[in-house]
Design a protein around this ligand. Structure first.
Ligand SMILES: *Cc1c(COP(=O)(O)O)cnc(C)c1O
Length: 376
């Protein structure tokens, strides 16, 4: 938690649950990544946190944007981004959204199928297009693999077809999965993409861009490799694969830019035991799976939780949300331990909740209001 967030929480004691977010941390993370990967263009993945305060700060820093819908494109433009700084990175786009993006001046689009390519040719003629390749998502706590991407042979055929359809066959992309903790995953993916670059060049199509996607991890409860380990792996692999003929290189970080900028402040609603001799206490918070902590699905993202009683004796807990849904359990198997003194009314913090929380909150399930947000 940054000093600014800590001061706000102690001075204001805002009603819970709420997200308190330090926008200066976004600038720090952006600069850290830019320093680690100076040759890459940074396209912030808007979906991680689309708050205007975040987008506006990133515009001033010279960031570009990876948008997934016409609404996200509008948000980027409203924050001051130029259409040239926006990539429409979703491979699944409504026709009306493609037309709207094209009309707004966006000229860079992702796809991974012939059907989508034909939609682009028709509704965004002449645009630069890049094909998403399916790669291994091993090592990612929040994998994305099976829903997106195509294989190398199909991508080759699609990139040849793109030119015939009047589009500009611009490059290739992949995503190694979110909260990726293994730098080697990028190396494998880059090797795959580079072979296709060569192959297509021999077939007469000279691609100019590689989009390495996002995935850079944030420190939650458990330690992760630093950004330099990823930068070294990526630059090593790019140089080995492309020599001194490096293509334009894009990265699309979401979580890394905003994750550790936010803290959720929550209240303990109940601490109880299922049966009188059960060693495990159930800690129910006023935020859960439906209040924005959707990435606790499968206990994939394990947030660090602090309490006013830290340092005292602790014991095993299950942590759950306040709704009447049985799926609204955050952690049952991940060996969470919290202080024995923790009780109803205590205020706790869930750290590094700046990414993928505000927009994952449901609309008034059980009547609970959407998560309040404070941007400092
Ligand atoms: C979600 C997403 C990202 C951002 O991923 P992070 O793991 O948050 O960095 C980047 N690119 C695409 C295409 C995505 O879907």
């Amino acid at each position: 938690m940054t000093p600014k967030v800590a001061r706000f929480l102690s001075e204001q004691q805002p009603a819970t649950p709420c997200l308190v977010f330090d926008v200066d941390r976004v600038a720090e993370n952006f600069r850290t990544l830019r320093a680690a990967l100076p040759l890459a263009r940074i396209y912030y993945a808007v979906k991680a946190n689309p708050a205007p305060q975040v987008l506006e700060r990133l515009v001033t820093l010279g960031s570009r944007f990876d948008a997934a819908s016409a609404e996200e494109i509008d948000a980027c433009l409203a924050a001051g981004a130029t259409p040239a700084a926006i990539s429409y990175g979703n491979t699944i786009k409504k026709v009306s959204a493609i037309a709207r993006a094209h009309q707004a001046g966006v000229s860079l689009f992702a796809f991974d199928s012939i059907e989508e390519l034909e939609k682009l040719a028709r509704h965004a003629p002449g645009s630069r297009v890049y094909c998403r390749i399916m790669v291994e998502n091993a090592g990612a706590d929040w994998p994305l693999s099976r829903k997106f991407g195509t294989d190398v042979a199909t991508a080759r055929a699609l990139m040849l077809r793109a030119g015939e359809l009047g589009l500009d066959p611009y490059g290739l992309s992949f995503h190694v999965g979110s909260q990726q903790t293994d730098p080697a995953s990028y190396q494998l993916a880059i090797g795959k993409v580079a072979m296709l670059f060569t192959d297509l060049r021999d077939a007469g199509v000279k691609l100019r861009m590689v989009n390495l996607g996002g995935g850079f991890p944030v420190r939650y409860r458990d330690e992760v490799p630093g950004i330099d380990a990823f930068a070294d792996a990526i630059m090593g692999a790019m140089t080995r694969a492309f020599g001194n003929d490096l293509p334009e290189t894009l990265v699309e970080p979401g979580r890394f830019i905003v994750g550790d900028a936010g803290v959720v402040s929550a209240e303990v609603v109940l601490v109880s035991r299922r049966t009188q001799d059960d060693p495990v206490r159930w800690v129910y918070l006023d935020i859960g799976r439906f209040g924005g902590l959707a990435e606790t699905e499968g206990e994939a993202i394990r947030y660090r939780i602090t309490t006013p009683h830290d340092g005292g004796a602790n014991g095993p807990v299950a942590v759950a949300g306040p709704t009447c849904d049985g799926a609204d359990v955050l952690y049952q198997r991940s060996n969470y331990r919290l202080p024995l003194a923790l009780g109803c009314g205590d205020r706790v913090e869930l750290h590094a909740t700046g990414a993928y929380v505000t927009t994952y909150a449901s609309q008034r399930f059980n009547g609970f209001a959407p998560l309040a947000e404070y941007y400092l």
